[in-house]
Write a protein that binds this ligand. Structure first.
Ligand SMILES: Nc1ncnc2c1ncn2[C@@H]1O[C@H](COP(=O)(O)OP(=O)(O)OP(=O)(O)O)[C@@H](O)[C@H]1O
Ligand SMILES: [Mg+2]
Length: 213
Protein backbone atom coordinates (compact mmCIF):
# COMPACT_ATOMS: atom_id res chain seq x y z
CA UNK A 1 0.00 0.00 0.00
CA UNK A 2 1.27 3.50 -0.83
CA UNK A 3 2.29 5.81 2.02
CA UNK A 4 0.16 8.90 2.71
CA UNK A 5 2.78 11.53 1.83
CA UNK A 6 2.38 13.90 -1.12
CA UNK A 7 5.90 13.32 -2.47
CA UNK A 8 7.33 10.17 -4.01
CA UNK A 9 10.11 8.02 -2.60
CA UNK A 10 12.49 6.41 -5.09
CA UNK A 11 15.39 4.20 -4.02
CA UNK A 12 18.46 2.93 -5.89
CA UNK A 13 19.97 -0.42 -4.93
CA UNK A 14 22.78 -2.61 -6.17
CA UNK A 15 26.25 -3.85 -5.37
CA UNK A 16 29.50 -1.94 -4.96
CA UNK A 17 30.35 0.32 -7.90
CA UNK A 18 27.14 -0.44 -9.80
CA UNK A 19 26.59 3.29 -10.35
CA UNK A 20 23.98 4.10 -7.69
CA UNK A 21 25.43 7.46 -6.65
CA UNK A 22 25.90 8.44 -10.30
CA UNK A 23 22.30 7.55 -11.17
CA UNK A 24 20.83 9.17 -8.03
CA UNK A 25 22.43 12.46 -9.09
CA UNK A 26 21.28 12.12 -12.73
CA UNK A 27 17.68 11.30 -11.78
CA UNK A 28 17.45 14.10 -9.21
CA UNK A 29 18.67 16.62 -11.82
CA UNK A 30 16.26 15.19 -14.38
CA UNK A 31 13.27 15.54 -12.03
CA UNK A 32 14.20 19.09 -11.05
CA UNK A 33 14.48 20.03 -14.74
CA UNK A 34 11.01 18.57 -15.25
CA UNK A 35 9.77 21.00 -12.60
CA UNK A 36 9.46 18.36 -9.88
CA UNK A 37 11.11 19.41 -6.62
CA UNK A 38 13.43 16.54 -5.76
CA UNK A 39 16.23 15.99 -3.26
CA UNK A 40 18.86 13.29 -3.08
CA UNK A 41 19.91 11.50 0.05
CA UNK A 42 21.67 8.27 1.07
CA UNK A 43 21.80 5.36 3.47
CA UNK A 44 23.39 4.78 5.79
CA UNK A 45 23.35 8.53 6.45
CA UNK A 46 21.23 11.36 5.15
CA UNK A 47 20.81 13.06 8.53
CA UNK A 48 23.36 14.25 11.07
CA UNK A 49 22.93 11.32 13.49
CA UNK A 50 22.74 8.74 10.71
CA UNK A 51 25.96 10.08 9.15
CA UNK A 52 27.68 9.45 12.52
CA UNK A 53 26.41 5.86 12.46
CA UNK A 54 27.58 5.56 8.81
CA UNK A 55 31.14 6.21 9.91
CA UNK A 56 30.86 3.36 12.44
CA UNK A 57 29.56 1.00 9.75
CA UNK A 58 32.01 1.80 6.97
CA UNK A 59 35.30 2.22 8.84
CA UNK A 60 37.40 -0.57 10.27
CA UNK A 61 38.07 -4.21 9.41
CA UNK A 62 35.53 -6.43 7.66
CA UNK A 63 34.92 -8.28 10.96
CA UNK A 64 34.46 -5.18 13.13
CA UNK A 65 30.72 -5.92 13.56
CA UNK A 66 28.85 -9.19 13.30
CA UNK A 67 25.93 -9.35 10.87
CA UNK A 68 23.18 -8.80 13.43
CA UNK A 69 24.96 -5.77 14.89
CA UNK A 70 25.12 -4.39 11.35
CA UNK A 71 21.36 -4.91 10.98
CA UNK A 72 20.76 -2.98 14.21
CA UNK A 73 23.15 -0.13 13.34
CA UNK A 74 21.65 0.23 9.86
CA UNK A 75 18.17 0.21 11.39
CA UNK A 76 19.04 2.91 13.94
CA UNK A 77 20.55 5.03 11.16
CA UNK A 78 17.45 4.44 8.98
CA UNK A 79 15.11 5.55 11.75
CA UNK A 80 16.96 8.83 12.24
CA UNK A 81 17.15 9.43 8.47
CA UNK A 82 13.40 8.81 8.02
CA UNK A 83 12.36 10.97 10.97
CA UNK A 84 14.72 13.88 10.29
CA UNK A 85 15.00 13.95 6.49
CA UNK A 86 12.80 11.64 4.41
CA UNK A 87 9.37 11.94 5.99
CA UNK A 88 9.47 15.76 6.48
CA UNK A 89 10.54 16.20 2.82
CA UNK A 90 7.81 13.89 1.50
CA UNK A 91 5.29 15.68 3.71
CA UNK A 92 6.19 18.94 1.93
CA UNK A 93 5.51 17.26 -1.41
CA UNK A 94 9.12 16.82 -2.45
CA UNK A 95 10.32 13.71 -4.25
CA UNK A 96 13.14 11.98 -2.39
CA UNK A 97 15.74 9.97 -4.32
CA UNK A 98 17.71 7.72 -1.99
CA UNK A 99 21.04 5.96 -2.54
CA UNK A 100 20.35 2.53 -0.89
CA UNK A 101 17.51 1.71 1.51
CA UNK A 102 16.15 -1.36 3.31
CA UNK A 103 16.69 -3.73 0.38
CA UNK A 104 20.44 -3.28 0.94
CA UNK A 105 20.00 -4.49 4.53
CA UNK A 106 18.15 -7.58 3.25
CA UNK A 107 20.72 -8.26 0.52
CA UNK A 108 23.93 -7.53 2.49
CA UNK A 109 23.04 -8.85 5.92
CA UNK A 110 20.54 -11.51 4.75
CA UNK A 111 21.92 -13.01 1.53
CA UNK A 112 25.48 -11.76 2.25
CA UNK A 113 25.96 -12.60 5.95
CA UNK A 114 23.22 -15.23 6.29
CA UNK A 115 21.15 -13.45 8.95
CA UNK A 116 17.62 -14.86 8.78
CA UNK A 117 15.32 -12.71 6.69
CA UNK A 118 12.56 -12.72 9.30
CA UNK A 119 14.81 -11.05 11.89
CA UNK A 120 15.82 -8.43 9.34
CA UNK A 121 12.18 -7.83 8.45
CA UNK A 122 11.46 -7.25 12.16
CA UNK A 123 14.25 -4.67 12.36
CA UNK A 124 13.00 -2.98 9.17
CA UNK A 125 9.51 -2.88 10.67
CA UNK A 126 10.83 -1.28 13.87
CA UNK A 127 12.69 1.44 11.98
CA UNK A 128 10.30 2.12 9.08
CA UNK A 129 6.92 0.70 10.09
CA UNK A 130 4.95 -0.12 6.93
CA UNK A 131 6.63 2.68 4.95
CA UNK A 132 8.28 1.56 1.73
CA UNK A 133 9.58 3.03 -1.53
CA UNK A 134 7.17 3.86 -4.35
CA UNK A 135 9.80 2.63 -6.79
CA UNK A 136 13.11 0.80 -6.35
CA UNK A 137 15.65 0.71 -9.17
CA UNK A 138 18.07 -2.17 -8.73
CA UNK A 139 21.33 -1.76 -10.66
CA UNK A 140 22.54 -5.21 -11.64
CA UNK A 141 25.99 -5.97 -13.05
CA UNK A 142 29.00 -8.24 -12.91
CA UNK A 143 30.37 -8.17 -9.35
CA UNK A 144 34.07 -8.03 -10.24
CA UNK A 145 33.55 -5.21 -12.73
CA UNK A 146 31.58 -3.27 -10.12
CA UNK A 147 34.33 -3.69 -7.52
CA UNK A 148 36.87 -2.51 -10.13
CA UNK A 149 34.77 0.60 -10.80
CA UNK A 150 34.53 1.30 -7.06
CA UNK A 151 38.31 0.92 -6.73
CA UNK A 152 38.81 3.25 -9.69
CA UNK A 153 37.15 6.01 -7.69
CA UNK A 154 40.27 5.99 -5.52
CA UNK A 155 38.78 6.57 -2.06
CA UNK A 156 40.22 3.39 -0.58
CA UNK A 157 38.13 0.35 0.33
CA UNK A 158 35.36 0.56 2.90
CA UNK A 159 34.37 -2.40 5.12
CA UNK A 160 31.83 -3.83 2.68
CA UNK A 161 34.09 -3.50 -0.37
CA UNK A 162 36.76 -5.45 1.50
CA UNK A 163 34.51 -8.51 1.95
CA UNK A 164 35.26 -11.49 -0.30
CA UNK A 165 33.88 -11.88 -3.82
CA UNK A 166 31.49 -14.71 -2.81
CA UNK A 167 29.83 -12.27 -0.37
CA UNK A 168 29.24 -9.85 -3.26
CA UNK A 169 27.94 -12.67 -5.51
CA UNK A 170 25.42 -13.66 -2.83
CA UNK A 171 24.10 -10.15 -2.37
CA UNK A 172 23.77 -9.71 -6.14
CA UNK A 173 21.54 -12.81 -6.14
CA UNK A 174 19.66 -11.30 -3.19
CA UNK A 175 18.79 -8.19 -5.18
CA UNK A 176 17.63 -10.32 -8.13
CA UNK A 177 15.39 -12.37 -5.80
CA UNK A 178 13.96 -9.20 -4.21
CA UNK A 179 13.18 -7.76 -7.68
CA UNK A 180 11.43 -10.99 -8.68
CA UNK A 181 9.40 -11.11 -5.47
CA UNK A 182 8.18 -7.50 -5.79
CA UNK A 183 7.91 -6.61 -9.48
CA UNK A 184 5.42 -3.79 -8.89
CA UNK A 185 7.89 -1.89 -6.70
CA UNK A 186 11.24 -3.03 -8.11
CA UNK A 187 12.85 -2.74 -11.54
CA UNK A 188 16.04 -4.61 -12.36
CA UNK A 189 18.25 -2.43 -14.57
CA UNK A 190 21.29 -3.61 -16.57
CA UNK A 191 24.03 -1.45 -15.03
CA UNK A 192 26.79 -2.73 -17.31
CA UNK A 193 25.97 -0.04 -19.88
CA UNK A 194 27.19 3.55 -20.15
CA UNK A 195 25.95 5.98 -17.47
CA UNK A 196 23.70 7.64 -20.05
CA UNK A 197 22.16 4.35 -21.19
CA UNK A 198 21.46 3.37 -17.59
CA UNK A 199 19.92 6.81 -16.99
CA UNK A 200 17.63 6.35 -20.03
CA UNK A 201 16.44 2.99 -18.67
CA UNK A 202 15.79 4.62 -15.28
CA UNK A 203 13.86 7.52 -16.81
CA UNK A 204 11.75 5.11 -18.88
CA UNK A 205 10.70 3.27 -15.76
CA UNK A 206 9.98 6.48 -13.82
CA UNK A 207 7.99 7.93 -16.74
CA UNK A 208 6.08 4.69 -17.17
CA UNK A 209 5.16 4.68 -13.50
CA UNK A 210 3.98 8.29 -13.10
CA UNK A 211 4.74 11.04 -15.48
CA UNK A 212 2.70 9.99 -18.50
CA UNK A 213 -0.68 10.42 -16.86
N1 LIG B 1 27.69 3.10 -16.25
C1 LIG B 1 28.96 3.31 -15.87
N2 LIG B 1 29.98 2.90 -16.64
C2 LIG B 1 31.26 3.09 -16.26
N3 LIG B 1 31.63 3.70 -15.11
C3 LIG B 1 30.65 4.14 -14.29
C4 LIG B 1 29.27 3.97 -14.63
N4 LIG B 1 28.52 4.51 -13.62
C5 LIG B 1 29.39 4.98 -12.72
N5 LIG B 1 30.67 4.77 -13.11
C6 LIG B 1 31.90 5.11 -12.38
O1 LIG B 1 32.17 4.01 -11.53
C7 LIG B 1 32.51 4.45 -10.22
C8 LIG B 1 31.45 3.97 -9.23
O2 LIG B 1 30.19 4.62 -9.52
P1 LIG B 1 29.24 5.10 -8.34
O3 LIG B 1 30.04 5.77 -7.28
O4 LIG B 1 28.12 5.85 -8.94
O5 LIG B 1 28.75 3.65 -7.86
P2 LIG B 1 28.03 3.27 -6.48
O6 LIG B 1 27.09 2.17 -6.84
O7 LIG B 1 27.48 4.47 -5.84
O8 LIG B 1 29.25 2.70 -5.66
P3 LIG B 1 29.29 2.38 -4.06
O9 LIG B 1 28.50 1.13 -3.86
O10 LIG B 1 30.73 2.15 -3.79
O11 LIG B 1 28.71 3.58 -3.38
C9 LIG B 1 32.61 5.97 -10.29
O12 LIG B 1 33.95 6.31 -10.54
C10 LIG B 1 31.74 6.33 -11.47
O13 LIG B 1 32.14 7.51 -12.10
MG1 LIG C 1 27.81 5.24 -3.96
Amino acid sequence: MRHEYKGRFITFEGGEGSGKSTQVALLTDYLNKRGIQAIKTREPGGSSGAEDIRALLLKGGSDRWDGMTEVLLHSAARRDHLVKTVWPSLEQGMWVVCDRFFDSTLAYQGWGHGIDLHSIAVAIGLSAGTFKPDLTLILDMDVTQGLERAKGRGQGQDRYESMDVSFHERLRQGFVDIARAEPERCALIDAGQTPDQVHQAVVERVEAQWLRN
